[in-house]
Design a protein around this ligand. Sequence first.
Ligand code: HMG
Ligand code: MG
Length: 303
Amino acid sequence: MNAPLPQRVRLVEVGPRDGLQNEQQPISVADKVRLVDDLSAAGLEHIEVGSFVSPKWVPQMAGSHEVFAGIARRPGVTYAALTPNLKGLEAALQSGADEVAVFASASEAFSQKNINCSIAESLQRFVPVLETAQRHGVRVRGYVSCVLGCPYEGEVAPQAVASVARELHAMGCHEISLGDTIGVGTAGATRHLFEVVGRDLPRDQLAGHFHDTYGQALANIYASLLEGIAVFDASVAGLGGCPYAAGASGNVASEDVLYLLNGLGIHTGVDLDRLLTAGQRICQVLGRENGSRVARARFAGPR
Ligand code: HMG
Ligand code: MG
């Protein structure tokens, strides 16, 4: 189908989590807090602040509690955290996370590498997480990883993605984000994927999460828009990667997604100049080149 393009898109900013989790160098709590505050000042209404996972597995996220404690909360902004199990959920609740996310994989091998259990075990583990979160009035988002390819298994069938997405939805996840963890997907495969998953689940409860390893993320987002998808995850300055997906590059840069959406006249509520400033600042902290093409063009000098 060619759905009419949405008038409004919600951007889920995952830079402080998906972006920074992959950084080996120490990053101070103050720098993380400033990043989150810069992002909310830019108008982002949904920010993944950190994750409550084992510090042995992802050391960079160990300070997530302190980051939550330090941010200046803006009304109307959802400050979210990733939680793989009940222990993580309890920590997220103590930190005052507005929303949490559980993460499963469409590929068995990636599930083992990322969260040390099978897909079925992970889904079982999420049941009490969902129950407890719901008791506390906290919404739960569900991620499915490796939806367009797996670093260990190669091709992943859309039906395998649909099956995991259905289970997450059935247990109460209010939104399911389909993650191209290693950024290998193309526009045709993306459309097909949403077409298959969208047979069983409402499209307004699906989101796209594209890493940009092969430079296809913007094309994949456009393809998703044509399938009626209106929520996209992105990372400021294109930060990130996945510790358990060697070679995977960062998420698509939030600035570049915003530039695309602005060009289509799609409302997001996000200010590009402020977002660019947020991206430049964190790149200076990290001492790395900005991964956003829009930022590189804007800061290259006068046009
Ligand atoms: P495990 O070793 O099987 O778990 O890890 P365990 O229950 O045996 O616990 C081992 C140790 O971790 C114990 O400590 C636990 O207390 C501790 P010890 O007794 O040895 O001192 N522990 C925790 N500590 C803090 N917070 C917790 C927690 N849970 C256990 N929540 C586990 C299983 C799931 C914990 C581990 O594999 C893990 O933390 N994995 C996280 C991996 C991760 O964060 N990956 C990146 C995020 S996913 C992603 O990036 C993809 C996404 O962006 C979408 C896409 O791109 O596709 C979302
Ligand atoms: Mg990711």
